[in-house]
Write a protein that binds this ligand. Structure first.
Ligand code: SF4
Length: 208
């Protein structure tokens, strides 16, 4: 079982990997970003492509100061905190330090744990396996729905009705189902032009 540390001040966090690359998905697609992938997830999506992130204990805990220094070795302006499920941890200290260093803080979350941290951009990607909390839904700047099967379109519309009116809306095919789902997504967007297409371009251009 995954422990939720959301109420504790965290000066070190379990990190599966961190790297400088291009954001491949959603609103910031194509922009340079430093990714910090926190380890630990209690959501359990059957199609998860980072299952090795699930067990936090299998990954080293890195000091926030050390992470900041690693980001500073690059010209990155934007840091994306992802997982795993990053909101398992209290991210107040991490985001405070990153923003103090002049960095934009973005998060990718399923919204399944309470929101902590100071964010320039919140990408909510709700999952059926553990639904998001209302607090995170309301705060989202971007709603990104991973389309694995046809029923996900109704799921997408359910959340589109709950987010703020200025929240950007994206449909993204689950990687292994992309061939089958992308044509359906295209038709859905044509019929519902408030949505946009998100592709995992980092997988097409072979960057992490
Ligand atoms: S929330 Fe993300 S990391 Fe967790 S199981 Fe789902 S896809 Fe994987």
């Amino acid at each position: 079982m995954t422990t939720v540390y959301n109420n504790n001040i965290m000066t070190a966090l379990p990190v599966m990997e961190h790297f400088y690359t291009l954001q491949g998905e959603g609103y910031h697609q194509g922009k340079a970003a430093y990714f910090i992938r926190l380890a630990g997830c209690d959501v359990g999506c059957v199609w998860c492509d980072v299952k090795e992130s699930w067990e936090a204990d299998k990954h080293p805990k890195l000091d926030i100061e050390c992470l900041k220094l690693e980001v500073a070795k690059t010209p990155a302006k934007m840091v994306v905190i992802t997982g795993g499920e990053p909101l398992l941890y209290n991210l107040d200290e991490l985001t405070k330090e990153l923003q103090a260093a002049g960095l934009q803080t973005n998060i990718e979350t399923s919204g399944s744990s309470p929101l902590t941290g100071s964010w320039n951009w919140i990408c909510l990607s709700p999952k059926k396996f553990k639904e998001p909390l209302p607090q995170v839904i309301k705060a989202a700047d971007e709603l990104k729905i991973i389309v694995f099967n046809k029923s996900d379109f109704a799921w997408a519309e359910k959340y589109a009705a709950l987010v703020s009116p200025i929240c950007k809306l994206y449909l993204q095919p689950e990687w292994s189902m992309a061939e089958r789902m992308t044509p359906l997504i295209v038709e859905h967007i044509k019929a519902n032009p408030q949505w946009e297409l998100s592709l995992q371009i980092h997988k097409y251009i072979n960057v992490p």
